[in-house]
Design a protein around this ligand. Sequence first.
Ligand SMILES: Nc1nc2c(ncn2[C@@H]2O[C@H](COP(=O)(O)OP(=O)(O)OP(=O)(O)O)[C@@H](O)[C@H]2O)c(=O)[nH]1
Ligand SMILES: [Mg+2]
Length: 322
Amino acid sequence: MKEKLSICLIGPKKGGKSSLLASLADCVAQNAYGYPLGLRPTLQPLRRAEAVEAEAATMRQDIFGAPCPDYDRLRQDFVEGGVATDTLDTYEYYFRLGLNGAAPPAVAERGPWLLEIVDAAGELAVPPEGARVAILNDVKDKFAGQLLSAQAIVLVVPTVQLEDSGWIGTLARVVDRLARNRDKKLRRLVVAFSQYERLFVDLGPSAFTYACDPAVALHVVRKLLRAAPWIDALRALDVAGVSVRFTVTSAYGFTRRFQNPNIDPHQPGEKRFRRQGVEGARGFGEYWRPFLTAEPILYAALDLDSAFTFSYRQIDARPEIH
Ligand SMILES: Nc1nc2c(ncn2[C@@H]2O[C@H](COP(=O)(O)OP(=O)(O)OP(=O)(O)O)[C@@H](O)[C@H]2O)c(=O)[nH]1
Ligand SMILES: [Mg+2]
């Protein structure tokens, strides 16, 4: 593989980082993104050993398609309702990203890519205000090192509860520190507003139609940013040459065929639709279609915009009123 890229996920606890990652390969496989279908991206989870071989360019082609236990476990956890990432370590996942269709030549010639995506507990980078979380210094140092050597950062922020969340101040400080750190490799930063489908639960089968409209997403992003005190620090990063983008994502997504948000109103809590009697991933597979969880990662890797990645220029433009 020609280019190796490191991408760090950060964001508050329960923000949806691990779910975004767990649904990523399915999102790409199901074409559930806002990139042109003609781009034909493929994303193959790799085992750590395969990633090392790939980096050394000694990788045999026939191992593609082999099971990848770490990633399979993450997916299984997501199917079962999500498991908080522990604070004992940070966790690296590897993928081979390829583009098999029409991409701008300057992008296509860089691939295929070896992606290392780092997932860590929300408490590590964005602890809740006033909370004392005991974390080993080794783990803190490891994550700080990974953040500083990453080419891209994906900030996963849940769409709801921005104002009354206990972590908004901490997030502002993290962004501020990133902006002030001069010795950085950072080239791209994507803010992914997660759990997007929750905004549409009352719209029934029309939900997907609205969610698929980039103008709706842009409107939502603009509104959310009004309550985000870290916006100025991010703008400083953008001005300093880091490409900042905003997007919306949903790991739960929408149901196939029915097009409503994938939350079953007949079950207590936020349970997803599933076929009764069929266990595990297969029970969900029939209905589940993630929504745009590919966006933050593809932008982070490729520097290529989709219909749902918004720059400051788009955010700042005054909406036209006719
Ligand atoms: N409604 C909805 N809930 C989601 C979505 N993605 C994740 N969740 C739920 O949100 C909770 C937290 O998700 P995680 O992916 O574990 O969040 P995290 O950011 O990795 O959290 P930590 O590992 O604790 O930092 C879980 O119960 C998920 O099932 C989504 O797209 N929509
Ligand atoms: Mg997690």
